[in-house]
Structures are given as structure tokens and as C-alpha cells.
Design a protein around this ligand. Structure first.
Ligand SMILES: Nc1ncnc2c1ncn2[C@@H]1O[C@H](COP(=O)(O)OP(=O)(O)OP(=O)(O)O)[C@@H](O)[C@H]1O
Length: 247
């Protein structure tokens, strides 16, 4: 069980980006989607969170098919977007209550966890602030608190570290690991392979909208004759491969 993507084709009107993408995020595992700019990572994420319907293939989360029951499917997902999405007229506190309600989560039971997360990201004294008062990093932290408070079966994170200070980056990694320990799946996109190798179970490499590799950090490093510490050089090698052309 967990997330199962089978032969997914998808993209945008007139631009079929993903071709037969197949991979899984088992419950309790952290999977990182990686690839060069334009490889199709965000497009895959858009399909997984139900923003775009698949052209072909299937997306199941704990046996619920996104095409057959999109509401039940989406209620199992917590999502941290690359760019924060906040309502200008809602305070931080109102945002969090709204998110809990939209996921049918008992507010009173969960509020203690919310307060712990707010304190961790130093937002605990800002419950009455409106988004206009938040810095870029603080806006991102609001999205992070909102996602982790849901404790959802699948956490989807698009570029989790953009705009975050190093302390917050470490907290996000620890929280993703905690999610996995609790049996939830985590799907993230990242360009920071070297550090991701320390906490992900599986890398899924996308190239031109297709899955090019699935395996552990060790297997990916071995395939490219790299040490885990030098895994960031993987992108240089991919780039060279592209520049050299298909033949
Ligand atoms: N809204 C859109 N409409 C049409 N084509 C798009 C749209 N968004 C992205 N694309 C195209 O889809 C392809 C994959 O883009 P995508 O954003 O999924 O890549 P990515 O791997 O997430 O890249 P990055 O690392 O730059 O975030 C690219 O060719 C891009 O031009």
C-alpha cells in the first residue's frame, strides 16, 4: 500500500510531459523525485495532488483511485508547495483551523500538536498575524506547519528547503523522518542530492518526463561511480550526457 503511480502520462494542454511514469511511495518510506530543470518533477507532483487529471495510467493512494474518488484521495494528502499559497485576509490561526476543517480533523485534539510545531518554527507568538506581515521564509514555515499538523498518510513536498534558514531545514528533515517512522509516506522533489542521500530511502530519477532510474542512494551513487558524499555531482554527469546528445 501507499502511493502507486502506474504508467502515468500527463502534462499540460498541448504539452504531454510525462510518459509512462511508474513508481511507488510505500507507507513509511521517503522517496525523492530528482532530475534536471524541466524533467517533469513538478508536473508529477501536480498530478499526485490532483491538480491535473492523468491523460493515461493510474494514481492510487492506499487503494483509493484519484480518478474514481478524488475527494477521498486528496484528504489523505498534506502538501507543501514550492511557493507558499496563503489567503491575504486570514490570520495564521484562521489558516490552521481552516486546513484542519478541510481535512475533517478534530481541531481540539490536534491543537496541541499545532502549538508544538508553531514553537519549533518560532511562529507561536504570531497566531494573529496576516500573511502580509510575514517574510518569505516565514510564509514557507506557515505552509510547513500546516502540512505537518495534518499527519496525513502521504506528505508531498515540492523543494522543501527554498528560503529556509539552516535550522528550519534540519527541522523539516527531522519531521519528514518522523512522518515516515509513523508509517506515512513522504514524496519530495529536491536538487540537494548529497544531503537527501542521508534521509531518503529511494531516489526516482526523471529524465525528459520518463523514469530513468529507481533505487537507493547507494545504488544511484554506484551506478555513476560516485561516492555518497559526491552525489551532488550527479547533475553535472546528467548535463554532460544531455550535451553529448542521444548518439
Ligand atoms: N503550466 C505549464 N504549461 C505548459 N508547459 C509547462 C507548464 N509547466 C511546466 N511545463 C513544461 O513541462 C516540462 C516539465 O516541467 P516541470 O516544471 O515539471 O519540471 P521540473 O522537473 O519540476 O523542473 P524544475 O527543476 O525547473 O522545477 C517543461 O518542459 C516545462 O516547460
Amino acid at each position: 500500500m501507499g502511493l502507486k503511480i502506474d504508467n502515468l502520462s500527463g502534462g499540460y494542454a498541448g504539452n504531454n510531459v510525462l510518459k509512462n511514469v511508474t513508481f511507488e511511495v510505500p507507507n513509511g518510506k521517503i522517496v525523492a523525485l530528482i532530475g534536471l530543470n524541466g524533467a517533469g518533477k513538478s508536473t508529477t507532483i501536480n498530478h499526485v495532488i490532483g491538480q491535473r487529471p492523468p491523460y493515461a495510467g493510474s494514481i492510487l493512494l492506499n487503494d483509493i483511485d484519484i480518478s474514481q474518488d478524488p475527494t477521498a484521495f486528496k484528504q489523505q494528502i498534506a502538501y507543501i508547495p514550492e511557493q507558499p499559497i496563503l489567503y491575504d485576509e486570514l490570520t495564521l490561526e484562521e489558516h490552521l483551523h481552516f486546513m484542519l476543517a478541510s481535512h475533517n480533523i478534530d481541531d481540539e485534539q490536534h491543537w496541541q500538536r499545532v502549538l508544538v510545531l508553531l514553537a519549533k518554527f518560532r511562529l507561536d507568538n504570531k497566531l494573529h498575524w496576516l500573511p502580509i506581515h510575514f517574510s518569505k521564509g516565514m510564509r514557507q514555515k506557515v505552509m510547513i506547519v500546516a502540512a505537518f499538523m495534518l499527519n496525513a498518510p502521504l506528505l508531498v513536498v515540492d523543494e522543501p528547503f527554498l528560503g529556509l534558514d539552516t535550522l528550519a531545514q534540519k527541522d523539516v528533515v527531522r519531521l519528514m523522518e518522523e512522518q515516515a517512522r509513523q508509517g506515512n509516506g513522504v514524496l519530495l522533489t529536491t536538487h540537494l542530492l548529497g544531503s537527501a542521500a542521508n534521509y531518503v530511502d529511494t531516489f526516482v530519477v526523471l529524465k525528459d518526463g520518463q523514469v530513468d532510474f529507481i533505487g537507493s542512494p547507494e545504488a544511484l551513487a554506484q551506478k555513476h561511480n560516485l561516492s555518497l558524499a559526491n552525489l551532488d555531482d550527479f547533475f553535472d554527469l546528467s548535463q554532460e550526457g544531455q550535451n553529448n546528445g542521444p548518439n
